[in-house]
Design a protein. Structure first.
Length: 130
């Protein structure tokens, strides 16, 4: 399996990390009874940490489908190169760093890391466009 597909697999693992990190912290706030229940009751606002993890998760799932499509396009069209591999790797590393940065509430660095991940996505998609 080539680099891009390996990174896609690790992206799936990172998606699960987002889901379970958010669920764990949310359950810590609202309790196990809420987690295993129907979740029909009105809840107090999420704690700042829960809110940040939810937003980081939403942000991840906004870009992950684009990465999936870009990797599949590169694979099917045989456009793989060291640049697409590097772009995919930049995206993954940046997205892995983004989660703890967002959870910790670190503002400017988080945005810079997002930008690195976005640049990686563009590097990955570029051969399909030009």
């Amino acid at each position: 399996m080539n680099t891009e597909l390996t990174i896609l697999a690790w992206g799936c693992v990172l998606a699960l990390v987002h889901i379970f990190a958010t669920a764990q912290v949310r359950t810590r706030q609202y309790g196990t009874k809420w987690n295993v229940g129907a979740r029909d009751e009105a809840l107090p606002p999420p704690s700042p940490l829960v809110g940040r993890l939810e937003r980081a998760q939403a942000n991840f799932f906004e870009t992950f489908p684009i990465v999936i499509a870009a990797i599949l396009i590169v694979e099917v069209a045989h456009l793989n190169s060291r640049w697409t591999a590097l772009g995919a790797l930049l995206w993954l590393v940046a997205r892995a760093a983004y989660l703890p940065l967002y959870a910790a509430g670190i503002p400017v660095v988080r945005t810079l890391v997002f930008s690195v991940g976005f640049a990686g996505l563009i590097m990955l998609l570029r051969p399909a466009l030009f």
